[in-house]
Design a protein around this ligand. Structure first.
Ligand code: SF4
Ligand code: SF4
Length: 98
């Protein structure tokens, strides 16, 4: 009988440190540009908090800005989480998907 506490059998740990399918789709791509619509950005900071590589910061006018675009891994979290649809992650053509 399999001990559910053994490594690989714990339901609680299976998602830890992993990306879901949607995140993986973005993660294989190369960034072309992070388009931030400053008129739509309300400065909530959600994208800043969710970005795993600290690419984004709020500027002096409380608008999201890409301060370290070279660190972007194209996970798409900022675009997916922005409640105001103010960020678009543009991927280099020739990426693996879509
Ligand atoms: S999540 Fe959207 S609205 Fe909020 S700071 Fe980021 S870009 Fe602006
Ligand atoms: S796509 Fe991911 S890594 Fe790139 S800025 Fe958005 S949240 Fe950060």
């Amino acid at each position: 009988m399999i001990d559910p506490r053994e490594k690989g059998h714990s339901k609680r740990d299976t998602r830890k440190g992993t990306l879901n399918q949607k995140e993986q789709r973005y993660a294989r791509k190369k960034l072309k540009e992070l388009v931030i619509n400053r008129d739509w950005c309300k400065g909530c900071g959600i994208c800043v908090k969710f970005c795993p590589t600290k690419v984004l910061e709020l500027d002096s006018k409380d608008k999201s800005t890409a301060v370290r675009p070279e660190d972007c891994i194209c996970c798409g979290m900022c675009e997916l989480r922005c409640p105001d649809l103010a960020i678009e992650v543009l991927i280099e053509e020739g990426g693996e998907n879509e």
